[in-house]
Design a protein around this ligand. Structure first.
Ligand code: AP5
Length: 210
């Protein structure tokens, strides 16, 4: 089974993909996490990607497709944050086809814009274990120190207000057309992404037939 999880910034793709992959025994592949790893390690790819990521722009298609291509033939994938353009969606279909596989479902998580802003503008993440907090509604017990591992809790550069605004605009312009790509092929499931993470997870499991 291969599934793509789509949605605007803050829709809960990462939160849900982690849980869903474990339940369905799929490999969770998140291009945002892969890029942040490259940035943290100061690689050439990371230095290039950072210039786009910090302002909320997309990293160029050829760079992303080059980074992820080797993973696409494996099968059993839950893709989070990829594809983000129609060019990437076409590259995914080609790579799966070459590996004798196909995409079973693209699931879109729909969340109101006000809720997206609320989630992203409050988010802070542990720099060590990646645990996510909301500084307004669910902060760590000790100021900017992770409850789980004691690591430093930081705000992502692209969760600052100007970058959030740009990410929303970039999503509408470059990623929203991917929904039509899958809708036209009869492969899109649209789902309400509002509610608690547990409620959303239950809907996702039902949609995935689990
Ligand atoms: P990426 O990391 O993919 O960022 P994103 O899509 O903007 O996604 P987010 O991580 O912000 O949100 P999410 O939907 O995963 O929500 P989450 O679960 O974290 O990409 C970052 C950058 O990398 C891009 O801007 C681009 O530059 C580059 N990039 C990545 N992939 C690329 C590609 N394919 N092509 C080109 N460039 C690419 O949840 C958000 C917050 O809400 C968390 O705090 C969470 O705890 C909370 N939350 C989750 N669910 C709920 C809920 N149900 N109720 C309340 N709070 C919730």
């Amino acid at each position: 089974m291969n599934i793509v999880l789509l949605g605007p910034p803050g829709a809960g793709k990462g939160t849900q993909a982690t849980r869903l992959a474990a339940r369905l025994k799929l490999t969770h592949v998140a291009t945002g996490d892969m890029l942040r790893y490259e940035v943290a390690n100061g690689t050439e790819l990371g230095r290039l990607a950072k210039t786009y990521m910090d302002r909320g722009d997309l990293v160029p298609d050829d760079v992303i497709v080059g980074m992820i291509k080797a993973r696409l033939g494996d099968g059993g994938l839950l893709l989070d944050g990829f594809p983000r353009t129609v060019v990437q969606a076409e590259a995914l279909d080609t790579a799966l086809d070459e590996a004798g596989q196909n995409l079973d479902r693209a699931i879109y998580l729909a969340v109101d814009r006000d809720e997206l802003i609320e989630r992203l503008s409050g988010r802070a993440v542990c720099s060590k274990c990646q645990r996510s907090y909301n500084l307004k509604s669910a902060p760590p017990a000790k100021d900017m120190v992770c409850d789980a591992c004691g690591g430093g809790v930081v705000v992502r550069e692209d969760d600052k207000p100007s970058a959030i605004r740009n990410r929303m605009a970039v999503y509408e312009k470059q990623t929203a057309p991917v929904l039509d790509y899958y809708r036209n092929g009869g492969r899109l499931t649209e789902m309400n992404g509002m509610g608690t993470p547990g409620e959303v997870q239950d809907r996702l499991l039902a949609a995935a037939g689990a």
